[in-house]
Structure formats: structure tokens, C-alpha cells
Design a protein. Structure first.
Lengths: 280, 280
């Protein structure tokens, strides 16, 4: 099976490393940056690289699009006629509805696009930060669409497991976007708001424990990517911000009213939920 | 130097383990639970244990109070006459103003209370979760009060470094409580509100990456302790919740108005701050 990775950034590069580790022999790379292609070749994660889709896509049995959400549509349109008939395409973008809604018009009928979302990443961008380790034990979401062949969905699922992902879960694109607004975009919004609410000029670093460190880790964020994700999924994200606000307001009110009972109830519930999460 | 640890829970027990590792020979333990004392003896972290203050406190050159904030005052009052003249007492509680304000009336003049706050802990409680490792590389805050002898402040600072803490920082009790509201209590409030805002019944664990895991770790919380800390420091905590709200509102407005520029500015600022934090 010939695999072409499109975009050898931190995620595409990690796919390359994980594919190499898992023993896939025929992996190729497409990237607009020659320097990145040279690095990927030197790292031994691709057999051959190119910046021109037509050089590699016609040979690809599987194309993995590891590019920005808004670039996916453009890429598909531009290379509509370069994909190998009968081949499978998947992507890694974190919001699914806007893409899925547009797919019908973008692809030839004999190419099967199985949308995917490997839930693993790093704060940094670029191939220098690629790592096969980030995939180990992580969740992989697939959001199949009408017309996907079962064998092709299964192909991506098997691939994910062979790369070290722990669980592959199928979900509708709409449910995906709703879940991801809560589990991924909301935490990023909170981390950003937390660190941005610090008073400038304080030596905050000398007064922190693990909690502040943990909660702000993802405040170091690829703005270009995440502003796209936030805006593409803004309705779902606004909804979970509102639910979050209600819970924080509960704590705020309890503080105002010196209501220890409510605080205890909040903490008991959160502890129960966190323990249940670990047990899943 | 005879050291008495009061309260052999997760923090007191960790002090015991760290003192043992650092080679302090004469460490004693005071706890109301015989089972805990037996465990501490079996772990080799105390030479002798008792549930009666008068048995050990008269011999203590240094008393480390590792009990709940509200128990500190009661303990000092109860054992006012048991402390060794010229000895030093320190504590580990996370809010300083209410305690410091009460100290004058609680202690005999020939005992020096140097308030401290080791910024390290675990979600779990009890001696079974004690670990010397949590102190390694962590911050230790001291909030000296008028009347503290410099040599005694330095004694606690030296002890902290010998136990593996990376930095000891002196700060006023008022500034401490303001900083800690932001770096410790606010993150806990956010973690609790985040996980409590999940819709019950969803298999959330299958749709999470590291970010949700990181941001909810501290939602598993010792409610008894943290409800005390929250209420004792509620004015400072309410203030930082308000600053946080303003930053989250900025993101919310940007989503409503599809304003990518503001999102990019928020993310750029948060990334800059997070990188600066790592560099500190």
C-alpha cells in the first residue's frame, strides 16, 4: 500500500515516524516547503518527497491530509483529478461538519474520503516537533459519511491501531463537533483566558504549583490553526462556554454567600466525575 | 534538632519521607489516628509517634503543622503551653491572612511561628499517598510576620531546600493570598466547573486528548480542605474569577462576531506568556 502524507508538519511528521516504526514500507510526502521534505527524507520517514501533488497522488492508495482545516477543501479541489481511482483519503482536522458538508462537490466518485481526527498533538508546530510517541494510547475518532465503504473505514481504523492509538471510535460529524467543542476547544479557551487574566509584571512563575502549570500548558497555542477551529465550530463552542459559565457561577455564588455546602457538593461531584473518567 | 510533624496525612507524610531521605535523624509524629502512626513507624519516617501533643511538643525544636487550615488555630490554642521555649513552628496551609491575623493571641512570646506554604501536593489524602517526590523542584513560599527572627526564617528556608524544593520565596501574607487565589484556587475552580459542565451520560472519556485530561486532573479534589481554602480567601478568589471572566468574555465575543483577529491576538498573548513562564 502506497501512503502519501500531505503536509509534513508536527502531525504529518508524527504520522511519518509512527508509520516507519510500524513498518509501513511505502510512505511518501507532499509539502510546499523543500526544507521540510529534505528533513523528512533525512529522518527516513518518506521514500520520496515532492511539492507537486501530481507527482505522488496518482500512486497513493491512501492519502493522509495533515494540513490546516481551511486548506483541505482547497487541496481537494486543486487535486481532484490527481487522486488514484479506488483510493482512500483521510484527514486529521479537529472540526468535521464544515468539511463534510462540502465534500460532495469536491471529490470524484471513485475516491473514498473517510474523515478522521486523531486526538493527539503538541503545542509546537513543524516537523522538528514530530514524534510517534504522541499517538501512543490516544483516542482516534472517525466520522464516516454516507457512501464510505465499510472496508475503507476499517482500513483507517486498523492503521490507527497499528500506529499505537488505543481506541478508534466512530461518531457522526455533528456529534463529533459537539463533543470536541467540550473536550478540546473549551479547555483551550479556558487555558488562554486563565493565563491572559494574570496581571502583567508579576513573577507568577515563582508562585505556582503543578495545577497552574497543567492548566496553562495548552495556552501556548498555534493561533492560526486554533482560531480556524474555534470559528468553524463556534456554535458548539459558544454552547459549552455557556454551560461552563453556569458551573463557575455556581462556585462564585457560593463564595459570595459563604455557602460551604454548595462548594462541597461541587467538589464531590467533580471528584466523582474525574474518577469515573480515569476508570473509562 | 528534634522535629515534630503534626498530622501525618499526605503532606505530613511526605515531609516525613523527605526528611528521612535528607538524613534528619530525629523526627517524631503527632496524629489523632493510631493506624496512621503505626504506618509512619513502619515506614521508618518517625522515631516515635503519639496522639498527645504534650508527649512530644516539649521536645520539639521545630514543629511542622501539616493539618487543615481551620485546625491550626485550635491546635495552637490547645497546645499553647506545650511548645518548647525558643522553638520554631511552621505550617503548610494555603491561605495565610486569616491565620496570621490570629497568631498574636495564640502563641506564647518565646515561640517563633514562621508561616509557610510548600506549593506541592496530591489529589489524594492520607499517608498512603505520601511521597518525597512531590517536593522535588517545587516552590516553597514563606510569609514571615513581624517578630520572626531572621535565623528562624532561614532555618525553614534551608530545610525546604534540603528536602528538594527548588526555590524559597518570601512574600507578605496579603500578597501570598492574592497570588495563590490566581495560581492555585482559580485553576481548581476552573477544573471543577469544566468537568461539572459535562452533560451526564456521555462517554466523554472516549473523546478526550491530553488537554481535557490535564485541565481536569485537579477536579478530583479534597473537598473538605479546598472548601476551607476557597472560603478563607474568597475576596481574592472572587477578584481573580472576575478577571478570568473578562478574558473568557473576550473570546466569546470574538466567536459571536467571527472576529479572527481578536482570537489571534488572544492566542498570541497567551503563547507569549506561557513561553515566558517556562523560561522563568
Amino acid at each position: 500500500m502506497n501512503i502519501v502524507i500531505v503536509g509534513l508538519g508536527v502531525i504529518g511528521g508524527s504520522f511519518g515516524l509512527a508509520l516507519k516504526e510500524a513498518g509501513y514500507p511505502s510512505v511518501f510526502g507532499l509539502d510546499c516547503c523543500q526544507d521540510t521534505l529534505d528533513k523528512a527524507l533525512a529522518m527516513g520517514i518518506i521514500l520520496e518527497g515532492s511539492c507537486r501533488g501530481e507527482d505522488l497522488l496518482p500512486r497513493a492508495d491512501l492519502t493522509i491530509l495533515a494540513i490546516y482545516p481551511q486548506d483541505v477543501k482547497r487541496f481537494l479541489l486543486e487535486h481532484r483529478n490527481h487522486f488514484k481511482p479506488g483510493s482512500v483519503i483521510t484527514d486529521v482536522t479537529g472540526v468535521k461538519m464544515p468539511l463534510v458538508a462540502a465534500l460532495d462537490h469536491l471529490l470524484p466518485e471513485d475516491v473514498d474520503f473517510v474523515p478522521g481526527h486523531p486526538m493527539a498533538g503538541r503545542e509546537k508546530k513543524g516537523i522538528d516537533y514530530a514524534s510517534a510517541k504522541v499517538f501512543k494510547g490516544a483516542n482516534y475518532l472517525l466520522t464516516p459519511i454516507p457512501g464510505n465503504k465499510e472496508e475503507n473505514i476499517q482500513k483507517i481504523a486498523d492503521l490507527a491501531i497499528s500506529l499505537g492509538f488505543q481506541r478508534v471510535r466512530r461518531i457522526t460529524p455533528a456529534d463529533h463537533d459537539e463533543m470536541i467543542a467540550f473536550t478540546s476547544q473549551l479547555p483551550h479557551a479556558l487555558a488562554v483566558a486563565l493565563i491572559n487574566s494574570d496581571q502583567p509584571g508579576r513573577e507568577t512563575g515563582q508562585f505556582i504549583g503543578d495545577s497552574y502549570r497543567d492548566l496553562t500548558r495548552i495556552a501556548n497555542i498555534n493561533g492560526e490553526l486554533w482560531s480556524e477551529l474555534f470559528l468553524e465550530n463556534r456554535h458548539a463552542l459558544l454552547a459549552v462556554i455557556e454551560s461552563f459559565d453556569q458551573e463557575l457561577e455556581k462556585i462564585r455564588q457560593a463564595l459570595l454567600e459563604e455557602d460551604q455546602e454548595t462548594l462541597l457538593a461541587c467538589f464531590k461531584e467533580s471528584s466523582r466525575r474525574r474518577e469515573a473518567l480515569d476508570a473509562q
